[in-house]
Structures are given as C-alpha cells and as structure tokens.
Design a protein around this ligand. Structure first.
Ligand code: EPU
Length: 338
C-alpha cells in the first residue's frame, strides 16, 4: 500500500485545481485492500474515496485521507446463449474497458465510449450518454461496507440507480468502497441510435448499417467536437444535471420560450441546462481563472490557474442567473468538496 503524506491532488482531479490531502493512500492489490480495511478507520466526514477524479470539485483541502482504489482486472465470468457477464475491478479505466469489450465482441456499452473515469465510479452516478446509461447493462456492484468492514454485493435494483444518481451518491454517500462491477453484455449487436445526433454523425460518416465499433467511433467524434478534452483543459464534463420538472412547469416554460428544448421522461419532462445557461449569456464567459466552455455551455473549465473556489463561485453565479430567469434551480453533477 502506497502512502504519501501532505499530497497534492492537482493531478488527481480532472479540473486540475490545487488541493492537498493530509494523506494519500493508493491500493493496487487485493492485499493492499485487506490491509487498508483492517488498519484504517474510514471517516466520511474527513476522508474521501477518489476514482478517476473526473467528477469532483475540490474547493478546500482534505483533512484526512484520500483513498485511491487502483486495483485492476477484467474478465468474462459467465456466458449463456444471449448474455455474457463481464466483471471489472474498480480501478479499470472506463473507456479502455469499453474498447476491450468491443474487442471481445461484447456489445451494449459502445455508446458510453470516451467517458472519463474509472469503472468503480460508473455506478456512483449511473454514467450515461447518447441514449444509454449504465443501468441498461449493470448486473451488480461489489463493495466493502466501511462501517462494518464486510464485503457486500448489490444487485441492480439495490443500487437505486436514477438519472446521474445511485444509493452510493445519495443515501449511502461515503459508506461503501466500490471494488468491482458486473455487466450483462450481448454477442448480438443491436445499435441504439435513439440520440438524434448519433444517427446524424453516422450519416455524415456515410454509414447506414453501423457496426458497434462504428457507433463507438461516432460517439468519440461527437464527444471530441462538443466537449473539451480534460487532459488539455481542466473540466468535469457536464457541471449541472438537466433539471427534471413536472409537465405543467415544462409546458409553461415552453410557451414562454419557444426555442427551449424539452424532452419527455415518463410522467415528467427534462429541460436542457445547457440551453438555459447559454440563454443567460454565460457561454464562453470567464470569472477569474474559471470559465464556461465555448464548446458546450454545460461544461465549466479551468483556464489554467483557477482555484476550486473560483469554479464554485462561477457555478453559483450561473445557478442564480438561471433561477432568476427561469425559476429553475440547477443541481451540480460533480461531488463538491466545500
Ligand atoms: N445546448 C445549448 N448550448 C450548448 C450545448 C447544448 O443550447 O452549448 C442545447 C442544444 O439544444 C442541444 C441540447 O442542449 O440540443 C442538448 O445538448 P447535448 O446533446 O450536448 O446534451 P446535454 O443534455 O447537454 C447530456 C449529458 C452529457 C451527455 C450528453 C449526450 C447531462 C447532465 N449531460 O448533455 O453527459 O454526454 O447528454 O447524451 O445529462 C456528463 O454527464 O458529464 C456528460 C457530458
């Protein structure tokens, strides 16, 4: 187990903001995990478990430990006629896992190509993009209960996945160290082209019957065009969730703002946070070292030397603009350490 005292977290968060941890603990093997469980008293008020750092904003230092679970490994554990169960340890890079599954001829997560972060963080916020979310393929989550030190497993309903949420992010935040995930994938490829822009991208590539690899390629092209690369420009993807509101609220807004995109979700409606932010004039605007991306209004960026507090101040200014104009309170998507 690697331990570093007074560690910088700058290279461990995709916003690339400076923050320090009293101790950084890195787990790279099963033995490390066992030693960590027996030696360390985890306190969610003081300590933080960090995945790839692509969905977190540090607006202060960490008084306790930051724990990195970097245990890797992936394998097929069960095959039946129509489904294949794939197991990945939490430390696997998500995008590499998607590509590995494609190489194995296993389909279902190609629309989730190029999402930054590690496999263990995928269930935390039920990662989703281009018409697919983890909930569509997740079988179960393996974890350690940091209260009782017991290993445990959650089946899909027990994970309580919702739009960008789960029990691990809400009621049980800070309680479990996710050690692995299992997904049910398919040997037969059925493209999911529900997201309009994906079908359009494939058409622009002159493809009408795409393979799974081509769907993955199209998703990568869209992401590279629309979203700044966190390796080049500090960001955490969408900073806010798209608000889910009642049909009545959405209808009243759509009547007032004709161009406002509204998506039906079961009995409710989802509004476009990006559209509202752009409408309030924020796209491309800077406040100190923080800015709203020129590529996508939902993405806040670190222009180079922003602090977490500056990014948070920008987020709060956007929230109050949107609240004043549309009467809607935007909810942040990343975990904010304040
Ligand atoms: N739009 C604007 N201005 C912009 C960008 C978008 O007005 O600068 C409007 C357009 O009308 C566009 C609509 O917003 O049609 C939707 O934009 P987009 O298709 O890019 O999707 P999104 O709702 O902004 C969500 C996810 C993304 C995911 C995409 C594609 C959330 C919070 N974000 O964004 O996820 O990649 O859909 O499925 O649900 C992430 O979570 O980090 C993330 C990038």
């Amino acid at each position: 187990m690697k331990r570093i005292a007074d560690a910088s977290l700058k290279h461990l968060n995709s916003f690339s903001v400076e923050a320090r941890a009293r101790q950084l603990i890195e787990l790279t093997s099963e033995q490390d995990l066992q030693a960590f469980i027996s030696e360390h008293r985890f306190d969610a008020k003081r300590d933080v478990i960090l995945g790839g750092g692509s969905n977190i904003l540090f607006a202060r230092d960490i008084e306790g430990s930051v724990v990195l679970n970097r245990i890797t490994g992936k394998k097929i554990i069960e095959e039946s006629n129509n489904e294949t169960l794939v197991q990945a340890h939490a430390g696997e890079n998500w995008h590499k896992l998607v590509l590995w599954c494609l190489d194995q001829g296993l389909y279902g997560i190609e629309n989730l190509s190029l999402i930054p972060g590690l496999a263990g963080a995928a269930p935390m916020q039920n990662i989703g993009a281009y018409g697919v979310e983890l909930a569509d393929v997740l079988d179960s989550v393996q974890a350690v209960d940091l209260k009782s030190d017991q290993t445990c497993e959650f089946n899909l309903p027990e994970c309580q996945l919702g739009y960008r949420t789960s029990r691990f992010k809400s009621v049980d935040a800070g309680r479990y160290l996710i050690t692995g995930i299992r997904m049910r994938l398919h040997r037969t490829f059925t493209p999911n082209l529900a997201y309009k822009g994906l079908a359009e991208e494939l058409a622009s590539m002159d493809i009408d019957t795409p393979t799974a690899q081509q769907v993955s390629e199209a998703v990568i092209r869209i992401r590279q065009r629309k979203l700044p690369d966190p390796k080049a420009v500090g960001n955490a993807g969408s900073f806010f969730k798209n608000p889910v509101v009642s049909r009545e609220t959405a209808d009243a807004l759509a009547e007032k703002y004709e161009a406002m995109p509204v998506y039906q979700v079961e009995e409710e409606a989802k509004l476009s946070a990006a559209w509202m932010i752009e409408e309030c004039g924020w796209k491309g605007r800077s406040v100190g070292g923080a800015a709203v991306s020129e590529q996508h209004a939902l993405v806040l960026i670190n222009k180079g030397d922003a602090t977490g507090t500056e990014i948070l101040a920008l987020a709060e200014a956007i929230q109050s603009s949107v609240q004043n104009r549309f009467g809607i309170k935007l909810q942040p998507e990343p975990l904010i350490i304040r």
